[in-house]
Write a protein that binds this ligand. Structure first.
Ligand code: YH5
Length: 283
Protein backbone atom coordinates (compact mmCIF):
# COMPACT_ATOMS: atom_id res chain seq x y z
CA UNK A 1 0.00 0.00 0.00
CA UNK A 2 1.44 3.36 -1.09
CA UNK A 3 -0.14 6.65 -0.06
CA UNK A 4 1.68 9.60 -1.56
CA UNK A 5 1.11 13.19 -0.54
CA UNK A 6 2.40 15.64 -3.15
CA UNK A 7 4.31 18.43 -1.37
CA UNK A 8 5.46 20.75 -4.16
CA UNK A 9 8.57 19.23 -5.74
CA UNK A 10 8.73 16.44 -3.13
CA UNK A 11 6.41 13.63 -2.05
CA UNK A 12 5.66 12.09 1.31
CA UNK A 13 4.87 8.40 1.60
CA UNK A 14 2.31 8.15 4.40
CA UNK A 15 1.90 4.37 4.25
CA UNK A 16 4.11 4.29 7.36
CA UNK A 17 4.18 7.02 10.03
CA UNK A 18 6.27 10.09 9.34
CA UNK A 19 8.10 12.33 11.80
CA UNK A 20 7.76 16.10 11.53
CA UNK A 21 10.56 17.79 13.47
CA UNK A 22 9.78 21.10 15.17
CA UNK A 23 11.99 24.08 14.34
CA UNK A 24 11.17 27.29 16.17
CA UNK A 25 12.64 30.46 14.74
CA UNK A 26 12.48 32.52 17.89
CA UNK A 27 13.01 36.25 18.52
CA UNK A 28 16.22 37.69 17.23
CA UNK A 29 19.16 39.00 19.20
CA UNK A 30 19.97 42.71 18.91
CA UNK A 31 23.23 42.36 17.01
CA UNK A 32 23.42 42.88 13.22
CA UNK A 33 24.97 39.47 12.74
CA UNK A 34 22.17 37.89 14.74
CA UNK A 35 20.04 36.95 11.81
CA UNK A 36 22.82 35.15 9.94
CA UNK A 37 23.76 33.20 13.03
CA UNK A 38 20.11 32.34 13.54
CA UNK A 39 19.79 30.97 10.02
CA UNK A 40 22.97 28.94 10.51
CA UNK A 41 21.66 27.57 13.77
CA UNK A 42 18.28 26.70 12.24
CA UNK A 43 20.03 24.88 9.41
CA UNK A 44 22.11 22.85 11.86
CA UNK A 45 19.03 21.94 13.91
CA UNK A 46 17.15 20.88 10.80
CA UNK A 47 20.12 18.81 9.62
CA UNK A 48 20.30 17.04 12.96
CA UNK A 49 16.57 16.24 12.95
CA UNK A 50 16.84 14.87 9.39
CA UNK A 51 19.75 12.69 10.51
CA UNK A 52 17.52 11.41 13.31
CA UNK A 53 14.81 10.49 10.81
CA UNK A 54 12.55 13.50 10.29
CA UNK A 55 11.09 13.62 6.77
CA UNK A 56 9.38 16.97 7.42
CA UNK A 57 10.66 20.06 9.22
CA UNK A 58 7.92 22.30 10.62
CA UNK A 59 9.18 25.86 10.84
CA UNK A 60 7.29 28.34 12.99
CA UNK A 61 7.95 31.96 13.95
CA UNK A 62 4.77 32.71 15.87
CA UNK A 63 4.61 31.21 19.32
CA UNK A 64 1.12 29.81 19.83
CA UNK A 65 1.82 28.76 23.38
CA UNK A 66 -0.64 30.16 25.92
CA UNK A 67 0.31 33.75 26.89
CA UNK A 68 2.81 34.26 24.05
CA UNK A 69 3.25 37.63 22.33
CA UNK A 70 1.68 38.11 18.90
CA UNK A 71 4.13 38.47 15.99
CA UNK A 72 3.64 40.95 13.12
CA UNK A 73 3.40 39.77 9.52
CA UNK A 74 6.71 41.46 8.71
CA UNK A 75 8.46 39.85 11.68
CA UNK A 76 7.10 36.46 10.66
CA UNK A 77 8.38 36.94 7.09
CA UNK A 78 11.77 38.19 8.29
CA UNK A 79 12.24 35.21 10.56
CA UNK A 80 10.94 32.49 8.26
CA UNK A 81 11.93 33.29 4.70
CA UNK A 82 15.75 33.22 5.11
CA UNK A 83 15.47 29.90 6.95
CA UNK A 84 13.23 28.37 4.28
CA UNK A 85 15.63 29.54 1.58
CA UNK A 86 18.68 27.99 3.29
CA UNK A 87 17.02 24.69 4.13
CA UNK A 88 15.66 24.41 0.59
CA UNK A 89 19.15 25.02 -0.84
CA UNK A 90 21.02 22.64 1.39
CA UNK A 91 18.76 19.87 2.71
CA UNK A 92 16.49 17.21 1.24
CA UNK A 93 13.34 17.46 3.32
CA UNK A 94 9.72 18.59 3.10
CA UNK A 95 9.45 22.07 4.59
CA UNK A 96 6.25 22.70 6.52
CA UNK A 97 5.34 26.24 7.55
CA UNK A 98 3.49 26.75 10.82
CA UNK A 99 1.60 29.94 9.95
CA UNK A 100 -1.87 31.50 9.74
CA UNK A 101 -0.78 34.55 7.71
CA UNK A 102 -1.79 34.72 4.02
CA UNK A 103 1.32 36.59 2.87
CA UNK A 104 3.56 34.15 4.71
CA UNK A 105 1.74 31.24 3.08
CA UNK A 106 2.31 32.71 -0.40
CA UNK A 107 5.95 33.76 0.09
CA UNK A 108 6.89 30.46 1.73
CA UNK A 109 5.40 28.49 -1.13
CA UNK A 110 7.38 30.60 -3.64
CA UNK A 111 10.59 29.67 -1.80
CA UNK A 112 9.79 25.96 -1.97
CA UNK A 113 7.82 25.10 1.16
CA UNK A 114 5.94 21.82 0.74
CA UNK A 115 3.19 21.98 3.34
CA UNK A 116 1.05 24.58 5.13
CA UNK A 117 0.43 23.86 8.81
CA UNK A 118 -2.16 26.27 10.19
CA UNK A 119 -3.26 26.02 13.81
CA UNK A 120 -6.13 28.37 12.85
CA UNK A 121 -7.26 26.08 10.02
CA UNK A 122 -7.24 28.91 7.42
CA UNK A 123 -9.78 31.02 9.30
CA UNK A 124 -7.86 34.31 8.94
CA UNK A 125 -9.06 36.69 6.21
CA UNK A 126 -7.44 35.70 2.94
CA UNK A 127 -5.88 32.48 4.25
CA UNK A 128 -8.14 30.08 2.32
CA UNK A 129 -7.46 31.87 -0.96
CA UNK A 130 -3.72 32.05 -0.24
CA UNK A 131 -3.50 28.35 0.58
CA UNK A 132 -5.56 27.42 -2.48
CA UNK A 133 -3.23 29.48 -4.69
CA UNK A 134 -0.18 27.50 -3.51
CA UNK A 135 -1.62 24.11 -4.42
CA UNK A 136 0.21 22.67 -1.38
CA UNK A 137 -1.18 20.22 1.17
CA UNK A 138 -2.67 21.85 4.25
CA UNK A 139 -2.94 20.67 7.83
CA UNK A 140 -6.20 21.86 9.40
CA UNK A 141 -5.98 21.96 13.20
CA UNK A 142 -8.71 22.43 15.77
CA UNK A 143 -8.38 25.14 18.40
CA UNK A 144 -11.03 26.42 20.79
CA UNK A 145 -10.59 30.14 21.40
CA UNK A 146 -7.41 32.17 20.82
CA UNK A 147 -3.89 31.27 21.94
CA UNK A 148 -3.66 33.90 24.72
CA UNK A 149 -6.90 32.85 26.44
CA UNK A 150 -7.67 29.34 25.20
CA UNK A 151 -6.60 27.55 28.39
CA UNK A 152 -8.72 29.72 30.71
CA UNK A 153 -12.01 27.81 30.63
CA UNK A 154 -12.08 25.11 27.93
CA UNK A 155 -15.56 23.61 27.68
CA UNK A 156 -17.15 20.99 25.45
CA UNK A 157 -20.41 19.10 25.59
CA UNK A 158 -18.63 16.35 23.68
CA UNK A 159 -15.06 17.07 22.66
CA UNK A 160 -14.80 14.39 19.95
CA UNK A 161 -18.06 15.42 18.26
CA UNK A 162 -17.26 19.11 18.42
CA UNK A 163 -13.75 18.74 17.04
CA UNK A 164 -15.14 16.50 14.28
CA UNK A 165 -17.81 19.09 13.40
CA UNK A 166 -15.22 21.86 13.26
CA UNK A 167 -12.89 19.84 11.03
CA UNK A 168 -15.78 18.93 8.72
CA UNK A 169 -16.67 22.62 8.42
CA UNK A 170 -13.06 23.54 7.57
CA UNK A 171 -12.81 20.69 5.02
CA UNK A 172 -15.98 22.05 3.38
CA UNK A 173 -14.56 25.59 3.37
CA UNK A 174 -11.38 24.33 1.67
CA UNK A 175 -13.23 22.31 -0.93
CA UNK A 176 -15.47 25.34 -1.62
CA UNK A 177 -12.44 27.43 -2.68
CA UNK A 178 -11.11 24.68 -4.93
CA UNK A 179 -8.64 22.90 -2.64
CA UNK A 180 -8.87 19.20 -3.35
CA UNK A 181 -9.81 17.02 -0.42
CA UNK A 182 -6.79 14.80 -1.04
CA UNK A 183 -4.55 17.74 -0.12
CA UNK A 184 -5.85 17.93 3.43
CA UNK A 185 -4.47 16.64 6.71
CA UNK A 186 -6.34 16.83 10.01
CA UNK A 187 -5.19 17.54 13.56
CA UNK A 188 -7.31 17.53 16.74
CA UNK A 189 -5.01 20.20 18.24
CA UNK A 190 -3.78 18.77 21.54
CA UNK A 191 -3.50 21.53 24.14
CA UNK A 192 -5.30 24.15 22.08
CA UNK A 193 -8.29 25.08 24.25
CA UNK A 194 -8.47 21.70 26.00
CA UNK A 195 -8.19 20.38 29.53
CA UNK A 196 -6.17 17.26 30.31
CA UNK A 197 -9.38 15.25 30.21
CA UNK A 198 -10.28 16.61 26.75
CA UNK A 199 -6.78 15.80 25.48
CA UNK A 200 -6.92 12.26 26.85
CA UNK A 201 -10.35 11.65 25.36
CA UNK A 202 -9.13 12.84 21.95
CA UNK A 203 -6.04 10.63 22.15
CA UNK A 204 -7.96 7.58 23.34
CA UNK A 205 -10.65 8.05 20.69
CA UNK A 206 -8.37 9.18 17.84
CA UNK A 207 -9.58 6.26 15.68
CA UNK A 208 -12.95 8.03 15.47
CA UNK A 209 -11.24 10.66 13.29
CA UNK A 210 -10.51 7.97 10.71
CA UNK A 211 -14.08 8.54 9.42
CA UNK A 212 -12.72 11.48 7.40
CA UNK A 213 -10.37 9.16 5.56
CA UNK A 214 -7.64 11.83 5.66
CA UNK A 215 -4.16 11.56 7.21
CA UNK A 216 -4.06 12.51 10.90
CA UNK A 217 -1.26 14.65 12.31
CA UNK A 218 -0.66 14.85 16.06
CA UNK A 219 1.49 17.12 18.20
CA UNK A 220 1.89 16.41 21.90
CA UNK A 221 5.66 16.81 22.24
CA UNK A 222 6.63 18.63 25.47
CA UNK A 223 3.10 19.95 26.01
CA UNK A 224 1.60 20.59 29.43
CA UNK A 225 -0.81 17.64 29.13
CA UNK A 226 2.29 15.45 29.60
CA UNK A 227 3.44 17.52 32.56
CA UNK A 228 -0.03 17.16 34.09
CA UNK A 229 -0.11 13.37 33.62
CA UNK A 230 3.27 13.11 35.37
CA UNK A 231 2.24 15.50 38.15
CA UNK A 232 3.58 18.91 37.02
CA UNK A 233 6.78 17.78 35.31
CA UNK A 234 8.75 20.68 33.79
CA UNK A 235 9.17 20.92 30.01
CA UNK A 236 12.61 19.28 30.04
CA UNK A 237 11.27 16.20 31.83
CA UNK A 238 8.50 15.29 29.43
CA UNK A 239 10.47 13.23 26.91
CA UNK A 240 9.35 9.71 27.86
CA UNK A 241 5.73 10.74 28.34
CA UNK A 242 5.80 12.41 24.93
CA UNK A 243 7.23 9.29 23.33
CA UNK A 244 4.50 7.18 24.97
CA UNK A 245 1.78 9.58 23.80
CA UNK A 246 3.13 9.45 20.23
CA UNK A 247 3.11 5.65 20.41
CA UNK A 248 -0.55 5.61 21.44
CA UNK A 249 -1.39 8.10 18.69
CA UNK A 250 0.18 5.91 16.01
CA UNK A 251 -1.61 2.83 17.39
CA UNK A 252 -4.80 4.88 17.07
CA UNK A 253 -4.21 5.96 13.49
CA UNK A 254 -1.86 8.96 13.38
CA UNK A 255 0.18 9.25 10.15
CA UNK A 256 2.38 12.23 11.03
CA UNK A 257 3.86 12.93 14.45
CA UNK A 258 5.08 16.46 15.17
CA UNK A 259 7.88 16.34 17.74
CA UNK A 260 10.93 18.10 19.15
CA UNK A 261 12.48 14.71 19.98
CA UNK A 262 12.90 13.02 16.66
CA UNK A 263 15.08 9.98 17.33
CA UNK A 264 13.28 8.68 20.41
CA UNK A 265 9.89 9.27 18.82
CA UNK A 266 10.85 7.60 15.56
CA UNK A 267 12.05 4.45 17.33
CA UNK A 268 8.94 4.19 19.48
CA UNK A 269 6.45 4.72 16.69
CA UNK A 270 8.28 2.15 14.57
CA UNK A 271 7.26 -0.41 17.21
CA UNK A 272 3.67 0.84 17.31
CA UNK A 273 3.40 0.72 13.55
CA UNK A 274 4.96 -2.72 13.27
CA UNK A 275 2.24 -4.06 15.58
CA UNK A 276 -0.50 -2.09 13.88
CA UNK A 277 0.56 -3.16 10.42
CA UNK A 278 0.48 -6.80 11.49
CA UNK A 279 -3.07 -6.36 12.71
CA UNK A 280 -4.10 -4.85 9.37
CA UNK A 281 -2.63 -7.72 7.33
CA UNK A 282 -4.26 -10.59 9.23
CA UNK A 283 -7.90 -11.89 8.93
C1 YH5 B 1 0.05 20.88 16.98
O1 YH5 B 1 -0.31 20.20 17.96
N1 YH5 B 1 1.41 22.68 18.17
S1 YH5 B 1 2.89 24.95 18.56
C2 YH5 B 1 3.30 24.37 24.44
C3 YH5 B 1 4.34 23.66 24.99
C4 YH5 B 1 5.16 22.89 24.21
C5 YH5 B 1 4.94 22.83 22.84
C6 YH5 B 1 5.81 23.65 26.82
N2 YH5 B 1 1.90 23.81 16.33
C7 YH5 B 1 0.86 22.05 17.10
O2 YH5 B 1 4.28 22.77 20.11
N3 YH5 B 1 0.77 22.38 14.72
C8 YH5 B 1 2.03 23.74 17.66
O3 YH5 B 1 4.51 23.73 26.34
C9 YH5 B 1 1.17 22.74 15.97
N4 YH5 B 1 -0.35 20.55 15.73
C10 YH5 B 1 0.00 21.26 14.62
N5 YH5 B 1 -0.43 20.86 13.44
C11 YH5 B 1 2.65 24.48 20.27
C12 YH5 B 1 3.67 23.55 20.82
C13 YH5 B 1 3.90 23.58 22.27
C14 YH5 B 1 3.10 24.34 23.09
Amino acid sequence: MMELLKCGDKSLDLSSPVIMGVLNVTPDSFSDGGRYLQVDDALRQAESMIQDGALVIDIGAESTRPNAHPVSEQEELDRLLPVIERIKQQLDVVISIDTSTPKVIIESALLGAGLINDVRALQRDGALAAAAATGLPICLMHMQGQPNTMQQQPYYQSVVEEVQAFLQQRIDACVAVGISREQLLLDVGFGFGKTLQHNLELLGRLTEFEVFDLPLLVGMSRKSMLGAILGSAPVNERLFAGVAAATVAVMNGASIVRTHDVKATREAIAVAFAVKNLELTKT
